[in-house]
Write a protein that binds this ligand. Structure first.
Ligand SMILES: NC(=O)C1=CN([C@@H]2O[C@H](COP(=O)(O)OP(=O)(O)OC[C@H]3O[C@@H](n4cnc5c(N)ncnc54)[C@H](O)[C@@H]3O)[C@@H](O)[C@H]2O)[C@@H](O)CC1
Ligand SMILES: [K+]
Length: 484
């Protein structure tokens, strides 16, 4: 599991250690780790050209001390001083090791650029000349290594307000910062390497599950399992207008390991569901006639009229966990009472749907995804899976989970319906809302990536657009990759 912390907690932990240790110890550890990564990336340090972008704070200090270490190993190190001040000790050390001060023209000659403009002390959009330097790093042929966080990325939220460095590698100290796991920050960070500088940290604010964590969560049938014990999921999705949502959500549930899928909907989608997924048991329109289920999925393509509201309200009165998606969320944004349930509830909005639920403009949610996912969980008293470039799972008093799998190709119609069915199957299988949402997002992302790259059936030689059905088709492979 990867864990990440808000900046305040990192600062507090640093303060404790700084009071205990001789001055400069933490920066020394940081610079040593940074220099080791740079040396590895360079392969041959002797004779290589390294350019340091140095801001006025300690982030610049880290870059200078790492530059000193590389200069001592024979690298030609040039420092571009961007701030009105410069870390004095660091600059003296670099000079003593043979490094020199230069201007931005050095960037064109570099094999490696170390971005030490700003770290966790950065506030707001980068000012000049930092912004101009960050822009120039985009055109260099060198490998770009960010110190602690890519300059221009808000370490606490992942927000990027103006220009920002796009790093190949980010070497971060003490702990991952939340902004490195959440887009757009995550997309700017490249590969993130953690240097242990000996901080004592409390519970993380954000975590990203890895293969082994998700494998531990997944329910597996035991010899004595039958379809009822494995979990029956009810799916209320689709309408005369939106028949595809029904087929895709049921597909996600069937391939997601449900013991049985009960589908509730009008005649037309029922015909299509039966044709594509004969294993589903279908009921026309009347919620009272559906047999017992262990979890409900309510909403994809359901419609938002009175009849849809009646069905949603009847189903959400039940005492089993429920996932509310798409039209279900629109209905809930008009009638919040739908969310006041006795059993656990998971909502799976994208930014537009969350915007309707919270009454906050969509752009504000896109720019501050972490904040709004947390706020929604708190305000609505439900588990929230916020879909998007980085999918987030938020629940009160738990760290926000960031989904590390997926591909931009997933941004296509119908994939959300698949996710709903899949998460519903896992809920019915006994997972909590928090775990079902996390595991479903993870598997969905893995399946999509496999669909887009063709791996592992053929050589991964590129990527292609994918359909929601492709994601369903790759779900078994995604499961197998976790459950060997
Ligand atoms: N505190 C510690 O114990 C340690 C800190 N370390 C390093 O220190 C960094 C934090 O250092 P600082 O607190 O000095 O802060 P930073 O060096 O991250 O940034 C603060 C400086 O950047 C300027 N700045 C802020 N926002 C700006 C913007 N938008 N445009 C242009 N300039 C801007 C400020 O005026 C200030 O001079 C960490 O990210 C890490 O790299 C490491 O050495 C490890 C130990
Ligand atoms: K930086």
């Amino acid at each position: 599991m990867r864990t990440a912390y808000d900046v305040g907690k990192v600062r507090d932990a640093e303060r404790v250690q700084m009071a205990r240790l001789p001055e400069g110890t933490l920066m020394g550890r940081a610079a040593a780790g940074l220099a080791a990564t740079c040396a590895r990336l360079l392969g041959r340090v002797y004779g290589s050209r390294v350019v340091l972008l140095v801001g006025s704070g300690d982030n610049g200090g880290d870059a200078l001390y790492a530059g000193e270490r590389l200069a001592r190993r024979g690298a030609r190190v040039e420092a571009v001083l961007a701030g009105s001040r410069t870390h004095e000790g660091g600059l003296a050390a670099l000079r003593a090791a043979g490094g020199r001060v230069s201007d931005a023209s050095a960037l064109a000659r570099a094999d490696l650029v170390i971005d030490g403009l700003v770290g966790i002390g950065g506030k707001g959009a980068l000012r000049e000349p930092y912004a101009g330097l960050a822009r120039e790093t985009r055109h260099v042929r060198a490998t770009v290594v960010a110190v602690d966080v890519p300059s221009g990325v808000d370490a606490g939220t992942g927000q990027v307000e103006g220009e920002a460095v796009r790093a190949d590698v980010t070497v971060t100290f003490g702990a991952h910062k939340t902004g490195l796991l959440v887009d757009p920050g995550a997309a700017h960070a490249g590969v993130v390497e953690l240097v242990d500088i000996g901080l004592d940290l409390p519970d993380p604010d954000v975590v990203a599950l890895q293969d082994e964590d998700v494998a531990d969560l997944l329910p597996r049938p035991a010899p004595e399992s039958d379809k009822y014990r494995r979990g029956v999921v009810g799916i209320a999705a689709g309408s005369h207008l939106f028949t595809g949502a029904a087929v895709l959500a049921v597909g996600g549930a069937v391939r997601g390991g449900a013991g049985m899928v009960r589908y509730l909907g009008p005649e037309e989608p029922i015909g299509l569901v039966r044709a594509r997924w004969p294993e589903a048991v279908t009921t026309i329109d009347d919620p009272a006639k559906v047999g017992r289920v262990q979890a409900w999925v309510v909403g994809p393509g359901l419609g938002t009229g009175e009849e849809s509201h009646r069905i949603a309200a009847a189903l959400l009165k039940s005492d089993v966990p429920a996932l509310i998606d798409a039209d279900g969320i629109t209905l809930a944004s008009r009638d919040r009472a739908l969310l006041r349930r006795t059993a656990p509830t998971l909502i799976t909005p994208h930014a537009g749907e969350l915007s309707r639920l919270l009454g906050v403009p969509r752009e504000r949610i896109e720019a501050r995804r972490l904040e709004h996912a947390r706020r929604a969980a708190e305000e609505l008293g439900v588990t929230v899976l916020l879909k998007g470039s980085t999918t987030l799972i938020a629940e009160v008093d738990r760290p926000v989970r960031v989904n590390p799998t997926g591909t931009p190709w997933l941004a296509t119609g119908g994939t959300g319906d698949v996710l709903s069915g899949l998460a519903g199957a896992l809920l019915a299988g006994g997972l909590s809302c928090y775990d079902a949402a996390s595991a479903a997002a993870y598997l969905h992302g893995l399946a999509a990536r496999r669909a887009a790259t063709g791996a592992p059936a053929g050589l991964p030689y590129g990527e292609s657009p994918i359909s929601a059905e492709d994601v369903i088709a790759r779900l078994p492979e995604a499961f197998r990759s976790l459950i060997p």
